[in-house]
Design a protein around this ligand. Structure first.
Ligand code: ASP
Length: 326
């Protein structure tokens, strides 16, 4: 069967794209994750030869996304991708943590069929919502791509899971792919590829993710370097309350090219000495930490703090990112 003749399955997970405000002019005071995915699809024109299947997986404001929800999404992705007559998946998702879900799925899913996440910055109830166009563009990409991988479509641009980051609080084009730039664009229903091949991904035995209950995943926290950061937070973190999981890893959103204050560095090295894995990313919106000789805390190999946290969790589960197998 041709890829283009196969079904596209659209999984709804919530977000602003499914959000509703009392007043149509209100694009901020709304409730995310209200409108069912079936109703969202009713507003999207798709070519007559395309069979679409809709499934509501959850209705979540993605600020509340967590490891259990990732696993629920992963399980539905695996189910549908295993069907021979399914060519691709589209996932509607909130913008706030979309890049984290995309990065996680990229690591955990087989790379043979496309999975396209999309979203909106205005609720579905807005006078001019952006969701229907984003959803239509995501379906175009899913149907026509013909190669696997996890992508994000927003405001006409296509981003790869490894690069994409939400960079704006309210603009419709809220996403950016940093220095590599977007993978491509959707222009008038056509896919336009800009030339970047597949970016790197975490390698992991996907079964390990499913076999380990999310509540037993290693706990990895993110701390910031900032003026006045003295490492006291690290000391507190290493002495958790009896009922909470021990911290197994710390990502530091360092300043500039991975610098941290003397106090924070001492605390991080002490944590490392106690067996906690520590990784340096940067709080800068663009660029990544370039390793310098003698660095005592490894860098995130280009990942932002939130993605480095996921990579470190997966690595502690048996995957590879910081210990190269790329
Ligand atoms: N808070 C919303 C969410 O992430 C924001 C959005 O979708 O734009 O679900």
């Amino acid at each position: 069967m041709q890829a283009s003749a196969k079904k596209v399955v659209v999984l709804g997970t919530g977000g602003t794209i499914a959000g509703v405000a009392r007043d149509r002019g209100d694009t901020l005071g709304y409730t995310a994750g209200v409108i069912p995915i079936r109703d969202l699809l009713a507003n999207v024109a798709v070519s007559a030869d395309l069979e679409l299947v809709a499934e509501q997986v959850m209705q979540l404001d993605s600020k509340d996304m967590n490891e259990s929800a990732w696993c629920a999404i992963l399980q539905r992705c695996r189910f549908w991708l295993a069907q021979d007559d399914v060519g691709a998946l589209v996932i509607t998702h909130g913008t706030d943590t979309l890049e984290e879900t995309a990065f996680f799925l990229d690591a955990a899913l087989p790379p043979d069929k496309p999975v396209v996440l999309t979203c909106a910055m205005r609720p579905a109830s807005a006078l001019v919502p952006d969701g229907p166009q984003n959803l239509a563009d995501a379906i175009v990409l899913a149907k026509g791509l013909g190669e696997g991988g996890v992508y994000v479509v927003c405001a006409g641009l296509v981003h790869q899971a490894c690069d994409v980051q939400k960079v704006h609080t309210d603009r419709l084009d809220a996403f950016d792919s940093g220095d590599p730039g977007p993978w491509g664009a959707i222009v008038a229903g056509q896919i336009r590829k800009y030339g970047r091949g597949h970016g790197p991904k975490v390698t992991i035995d996907p079964d390990i993710v499913e076999r380990t209950a999310p509540q037993n995943w290693p706990r990895v926290e993110i701390v910031f370097n900032h003026a006045g950061a003295d490492g006291a937070l690290i000391a507190a973190m290493l002495e958790p309350a009896a009922d909470s999981r021990k911290v197994a890893g710390i990502v530091v959103a360092a300043t500039g090219n991975g610098t941290v204050s003397n106090g924070l560095e001492s605390a991080l090295l002490a944590a490392q000495g106690r067996g906690v894995r520590v990784v340096r990313s940067t709080r800068c919106a663009r660029g990544s930490v370039t390793p310098v000789p003698g660095a005592r805390v490894p860098d995130s190999r280009g990942l932002s703090p939130v993605k480095a946290r996921i990579a470190l969790m997966l690595e502690l589960l048996g995957g590879h990112w910081f210990t190269s197998q790329q």
